[in-house]
Design a protein around this ligand. Structure first.
Ligand SMILES: Cc1cc2nc3c(=O)[nH]c(=O)nc-3n(C[C@H](O)[C@H](O)[C@H](O)COP(=O)(O)OP(=O)(O)OC[C@H]3O[C@@H](n4cnc5c(N)ncnc54)[C@H](O)[C@@H]3O)c2cc1C
Length: 389
């Protein structure tokens, strides 16, 4: 889908050539490199680092990064297409691509100095390095601004103590962008963002979560124990970290909407196919109105979620404020993913409850979408604040 809204009279809903090429490339790549292994990764919770290195060679690890830093130099519409197509196959790979691109890499792209960009973007965009992004803490998730991990100035260094949790690629990530407190608790200008490399003394990964879904996407704690970081690793000025993080989440939410869409479409397409093959009472189950109406609802909700998501992407491309629109896209698409995955599993009946069919995995993976990068309740908070200001 291409939403060209510069001239309101000519909104195009067809995919651009770039989007079609990306979709085809991912379909082919996924058939060879993801599909044959994804249930094993899911079973064992393996995070397939090599796969991400390979996706880097295809430009999928630096989709939004300009070519001068080794990225693909594409926009949000292509980015949405990429995350959606990967997530149609495997949501957990889609989640990791989204976290790498739009959280860690994008934070550096948006807020780092030229030297920092030169240092980190080529490695991240090529997939040689994997990036993590740490905002959440054990006691502060939705209320991230109340974080307790603290960085204390000591000459040219900051000494960081505390912990982050639920961090995607916390262990395998080569570099992490972390937001920590440098001022008073409760002050939105009391937090700063640092780029911290794996292997920095005092910085380590903690427990890896054993999750319901998205099991091939690694989720761990980050632990800071007198971790000394030079002030040159800070992005922007002291006190700007939380504001930066909120801006990053505006874009990040578009990618969770794309992730949700991919899971919903994957679940829907598999259920549609199954409904034509499975016979009961001497006819395909798709002939029962009870089933065909489910398919109609699923397809309609997916189309509505697509419109919201691509609209937010188009606005982001044009540099418009997308706080409300990205929250709306994320809220709606993630709830649709859960709903569609649930109905898809229902259409598969008992077989849907087994690992012989893809329905159960879509069902497990979908639920993360209403939680990560702000729960549905928090999206409503963001939307209503925009409406009432
Ligand atoms: C697989 C996975 C990957 C993740 N990856 C990352 C990552 O890479 N980096 C990162 O920083 N974080 C990451 N997260 C963390 C994620 O963003 C948080 O889990 C999420 O923001 C919710 O925070 P919480 O889990 O602490 O829930 P809580 O904030 O404790 O919320 C619990 C419940 O209370 C509700 N609630 C809270 N406040 C309000 C309110 N004001 N009004 C109404 N309801 C409210 C919530 O909606 C929710 O239903 C990840 C999480 C998961 C599960």
């Amino acid at each position: 889908m291409y939403v060209g809204t510069e001239n309101v009279k000519s909104i195009h809903f067809d995919e651009s050539e770039n989007q079609l090429l990306i979709a085809e490339m991912i379909k082919n790549f996924g058939a060879k490199e993801i599909k044959p292994y994804m249930m094993e990764w899911d079973e064992t919770q393996e995070f397939p680092v090599r796969l991400f290195n390979e996706m880097g060679k295809l430009g999928l690890m630096g989709i939004l990064v300009p070519e001068e830093y080794g990225g693909a130099g594409l926009g949000y519409l292509e980015y949405i297409t990429a995350v959606m197509e990967i997530s149609k196959i495997d949501g957990s790979i889609g989640l990791s691509v989204a976290a790498h691109n739009s959280l860690c890499t994008n934070h550096i792209l948006q807020f780092a100095t030229e030297d920092q960009k030169q240092e980190y973007l080529p490695k991240l965009a090529s997939g040689e390095w994997i990036g993590a992004w740490g905002l959440t803490e054990p006691n502060t998730g939705s209320d991230a601004g109340n974080m307790r991990t603290v960085a204390v100035r000591d000459g040219d260094y900051y000494v960081i103590n505390g912990a982050k949790n639920f961090i995607t690629h916390g262990k395998s990530g080569n570099v992490a962008v972390v937001i920590v407190r440098t001022g008073e608790v409760g002050d939105s200008h009391g937090m700063s963002a640092f780029i911290i490399e794996k292997g920095t003394p005092g910085f380590s990964a903690g427990r890896k979560e054993n999750k319901l879904g998205m099991r091939a996407s690694e989720t761990t704690e980050l632990i800071f124990n007198d971790c000394r970081v030079h002030r040159s690793q800070m992005m922007g000025n002291e006190g700007e970290g939380f504001i930066q993080a909120m801006k990053i989440l505006d874009g990040g939410r578009i990618s969770i909407a794309a992730l949700s869409l991919g899971i919903a479409i994957g679940a829907y397409e598999s259920a549609l196919q199954y409904s034509k093959e499975r016979h009961q009472f001497n006819q395909p189950i798709s002939k029962f109105q009870g089933i065909s109406f489910k398919l109609a609802d699923m397809a309609t909700k997916i189309e509505a979620a697509k419109l919201l998501t691509f609209r937010a992407g188009d606005m982001k491309n044009r540099g418009t404020d997308v706080t409300k629109e990205s929250a709306m896209a994320k809220l709606y698409a993630s709830e649709v993913a859960v709903d569609v995955a649930n109905e898809a599993l229902q259409i598969f009946g008992g077989y849907g409850y087994t690992k012989d069919y893809p329905a159960e995995k879509y069902y497990r993976d979908a639920k993360l979408c209403t939680i990560g990068e702000g729960t549905s309740e928090i999206q409503k908070l963001v939307i209503s604040r925009c409406l009432l200001k």
